[in-house]
Design a binder for this molecule. Structure first.
Ligand code: PA5
Length: 445
């Protein structure tokens, strides 16, 4: 049982021959990822990360998680972008859908997130919620200077010190950042926090399988060893330059579709637990490929919910889209549809069936309808929503993203465009050092 990619439902739009025209380009792109011969090769630390993750590191993360689980009823993971979305995606995928509404259990803290927005109400309400909680903080920032998490950390650090006293607060703060550089590293050293390092050669959006993702996931009570094992399996399955390599197959196929005019890719799930996986994927592909006026626009829908909102557009709107469906083999729990003698709702025709069987027919019916409607479809199947298969899925998409970016001809590992809003924001806020920009931007408004 393993992740599987099926591209037969794109062949009505691009033929196998058209896809194969990209073979040489795709092989060269894979070589750039594996051998570091392309642009951005300083950021390929994620490629062999699963097989090179040491037991000592995993033991340290698990021990740190255990100590937070013992001492805290709530742990706030502070971070944004790649320092947030991976942990959020995995925790949501593995958690009980109603975990937030159940009473906290001893030894299983609630994991909340902050620093992923600048919402005043969000921060006010979070602090209000935390005022009678035994909380801890995992503060994550590779650069150590990102404004959103820095604001959240300043607020929560001050609150924790007030609630617990300085010494106790320090024991419940873990910082994950660069080994040497950045304000967060300086602060962590000064305060004596437990720290983990984000390696220089792993970019934020490729960092979920480092302590950045692993520590919050372990605090939430999930098996990070199984996650890494799954990723390591996928690492070994994605090294050949042919269609037996699922990452190569996906990367090549989506580029063939892009060249055929399919400018938007919609990642589709049929399991509400995968909503944030779609958010993680959007960052990975959007930030990696959207540059030099190129790049597939990554969108995502949660079905069948969104069939009742976006379904019309997807079925009959402008034909510039394709879909990648994540299909999950088995549900975790069983729920059968009961029979009802009166049958006033007319549902007896599905009585006795698993809810998931109905969901699977919605999935199959939709895929066929969308293919008929001119929306090509890549199918990615995983056996179940479990740590091992999520590890496979994460690594699969990371590897495919590197290959795909090189096929496209861009550097998949930088994000120069993210700086533009920061420069304007700093100028508007009159940050020291931005005096000229402040003057220029004020003249515009
Ligand atoms: O992928 C990226 O590099 C970004 O999304 C970063 O993860 C994000 O901007 C947060 O950066 P940092 O971890 O330095 O605070």
């Amino acid at each position: 049982k393993t992740l599987h990619v099926d591209i037969k439902d794109v062949l009505g739009t691009v033929s196998q021959d058209e896809i194969n025209k990209l073979d040489a380009n795709a092989a060269s792109a894979l070589d750039k990822v594996l051998n570091g011969t392309g642009a951005g090769s300083d950021f390929l630390g994620w490629v062999n990360l699963p097989t090179e993750t040491t037991d000592a590191l995993l033991d340290d993360i698990v021990a740190t998680a255990e100590s937070l689980r013992r001492d805290c009823d709530t742990v706030v993971a502070i971070g944004i972008g790649g320092s947030y979305l991976g942990a959020k995606a995995v925790i949501e995928a593995l958690s009980d859908s109603f975990a937030a509404y159940r009473p906290a259990e001893q030894g299983t803290p609630k994991v909340l997130f902050a620093g992923q927005n600048i919402g005043e109400d969000y921060l006010y309400e979070l602090q209000d919620y935390l005022k009678d909680k035994r909380f801890g903080i995992i503060v994550i920032s590779k650069s150590g200077t990102t404004t959103e998490p820095a604001i959240a950390f300043r607020l929560l650090k001050e609150q924790l010190e007030r609630q617990l006293g300085l010494e106790e607060a320090r024991k419940r703060i873990v910082a994950i950042t660069d080994a040497q550089r950045g304000a967060l590293r300086r602060l962590a050293t000064e305060e004596g926090y437990k720290t983990f390092v984000i390696a220089d050669n792993v970019g934020g959006r490729y960092s979920v399988l480092t302590p950045v993702g692993l520590l919050p996931i372990a605090v939430a009570g999930f098996d990070i060893r199984a996650l890494i094992d799954g990723a390591a399996e996928m690492e070994k399955m994605t090294n050949s330059a042919d269609a037996s390599n699922p990452a190569y197959l996906y990367a090549e196929t989506r580029n063939a579709l892009y060249q055929a005019g399919k400018k938007t890719e919609i990642l589709v799930n049929y399991n509400p637990k995968l909503h944030f996986f779609g958010e993680w994927w959007k960052q990975l592909y959007g930030e990696s490929e959207g540059k030099d006026n190129l790049g597939i626009f990554p969108a995502a829908v949660d079905n069948s919910t969104d069939l009742h909102s976006m379904g019309q557009w997807i079925q009959e709107g402008e034909r510039t889209i394709f879909e990648t469906v994540i299909s999950v083999g088995e549900s975790k729990h069983e729920k059968l549809i009961p029979s009802d003698e009166a049958n006033l709702d007319g549902l007896n025709y599905i009585a006795g069936k698993h809810v998931d069987e109905v969901n699977k027919m919605a999935e199959l019916g939709t895929r066929l309808a969308h293919v008929d409607g001119g929306v090509p479809n890549i199918l990615v199947t995983i056996p179940a929503l479990e740590e091992k298969y999520l590890g496979q899925l994460i690594y699969f998409f990371e590897k495919a993203c590197g290959i795909s970016g090189y096929i496209l001809g861009i550097n998949p590992f930088n994000q120069p465009g993210v700086e533009a809003y920061k420069r304007n924001m700093f100028a508007l806020l009159e940050k020291p050092g931005y005096e000229k920009e402040t003057e220029a931007i004020k003249a515009r408004i």
